[in-house]
Design a protein around this ligand. Structure first.
Ligand SMILES: Cc1ncc(COP(=O)(O)O)c(C=O)c1O
Length: 412
């Protein structure tokens, strides 16, 4: 069922604001998403009606808060088809989730001379934790190349990387810069055949398309709540139960223990073993509400909506002289992310002029410097990105802003 974008927009209070009389055109959802009333209300309802710490109180509101926190985990587990909430560890964000995998599984399983395989299209969150681990252990970090013409992974380069028997393959599901959607199911299969574990950076996929971790057969996955309509400060580390059982906790403190004596402790059951201290209760409850909202829209419909908008934007931009767009041409292989440049104009100037038209876009290296500077040979790029609340008229406004930039800089 197509998304009724006008009715969806009614759910997002921020979309009715104006800056200097111009309505907000928010085209930066790959950075963070806006929040629907259902999420805002779920969070304020906690504060107004049952705010208390979880897993501690034996009184009514603490039990209510604990129940809602755990319900959130159960719905997240179902949303990504995990085997159960034991496989869902709440973190601050995708970045923290990947770091926990590196600091726990990586610390225990990567040794001197081992190899870790990532790709040239990773976000810094899926590069730096592996650089740090490799430096600590004396391991090697290898990169799967990107095909410079199609902006997809070079699968021959993947085979070369796998032939070196890496211990881990860590790859993004969808690129936050190019939008490229990788064939992660086949990458997971090949990684396993090569004897490696697989980590999926799902920060740009779980919010935007149906994603089934068990079908992909990934060992680990990471994503952030704030990119999928939920509050910031809540993210997810998914891992197969057998791995989480073997992994040591990274942070110690309250709630992650079963027993403690003067010298030793025993770890709590999953997933609490990895959640030391009071967690982000309101974030978790907001994430539960966000998942419910997305499920009601239907993830297939979300994906179709974004595909149509991306096709529309690519068609509009490709007809404009002196404007270049990057990323796969085929929207079947592309998330709702459209990076572009205007000849001779810095991305920050573009974003500033867009802002004067009420259009919010991202400009810079997009936390993917190896991709932007080494592969694309750019210092920065502008990027539009879409979500459930965006509509074609907003793309038209962005295209109008492109004309304004060109006029201002006297570009033909
Ligand atoms: C592909 C990808 N991975 C990881 C991240 C990191 O997300 P967070 O900053 O929420 O940890 C982002 C954020 O833009 C991303 O796009």
């Amino acid at each position: 069922m197509p998304i009724d974008v006008d009715s969806v927009r009614e759910d997002f209070p921020i979309l009715s604001i104006k800056n200097d009389g111009k309505p907000l055109v928010y085209l930066d959802s790959a950075a963070t998403s806006q929040k629907p009333k259902k999420v805002i209300n779920a969070v304020t309802r906690l504060y107004r009606k049952y705010n208390a710490n979880i897993h501690r109180g034996v009184y009514r509101i603490s039990e209510l808060a604990t129940g809602e926190y755990e319900n959130s985990k159960k719905s997240v587990a179902k949303f990504v088809n995990a085997a159960g909430m034991e496989e869902i560890v709440y973190t601050r964000n995708a970045t923290e989730a990947i770091n926990i995998a590196a600091l726990s599984w990586g610390e225990q399983n990567i040794a001197r001379g081992d190899r870790i395989l990532i790709t040239e299209m990773e976000h810094h969150s899926n590069i730096i934790p592996w650089q740090m681990l490799a430096a600590r252990k004396g391991a090697y970090l290898d990169y799967v190349k990107i095909d410079r013409d199609s902006y997809t992974l070079d699968y021959a380069s993947l085979e070369e990387g796998l032939a070196k028997s890496p211990k881990l393959v860590s790859v993004t599901h969808a690129s936050n810069v190019l939008g490229t959607i990788n064939d992660v199911k086949s990458i997971a299969r090949k990684a396993h055949e090569a004897g490696a574990k697989m980590l999926l950076d799902a920060a740009q996929s779980v919010p935007h398309m149906p994603v089934d971790f068990r079908d992909i057969d990934t060992d680990f996955a990471a994503f952030s709540g704030h990119k999928m309509l939920a509050p910031s400060g809540i993210g997810v580390l998914y891992a197969k139960r057998g791995l989480l059982d073997q992994m040591q906790p990274v942070l110690g403190g309250g709630d992650m223990i079963k027993t403690v004596d003067y010298q030793e402790f025993s770890s709590n059951d999953l997933p609490w073993k990895f959640e030391a201290g009071t967690p982000n209760i309101e974030g978790a409850i907001g994430l539960g509400a966000a998942v419910k909202y997305l499920k009601k829209l239907g993830m297939e419909n979300v994906r179709e909506h974004e595909k149509a908008l991306t096709r529309y934007a690519l068609d509009k931009l490709s007809g404009i002289k002196n404007v270049s767009v990057f990323g796969p041409e085929d929207v079947e292989m592309r998330a709702g992310v459209v990076p572009f440049e205007i000849d001779g104009v810095h991305a920050h100037d573009i974003a500033t002029i867009f802002d004067s038209e009420g259009v919010a876009i991202r400009a810079g290296h997009h936390c993917a410097m190896p991709l932007v500077t080494q592969v694309l040979k750019r210092t920065s790029l502008s990027r539009m990105s879409f979500y459930v609340y965006n509509k074609e008229e907003e793309v038209d406004k962005a295209v109008g802003a492109v004309t304004k930039v060109k006029n201002k800089f006297m570009i033909e």
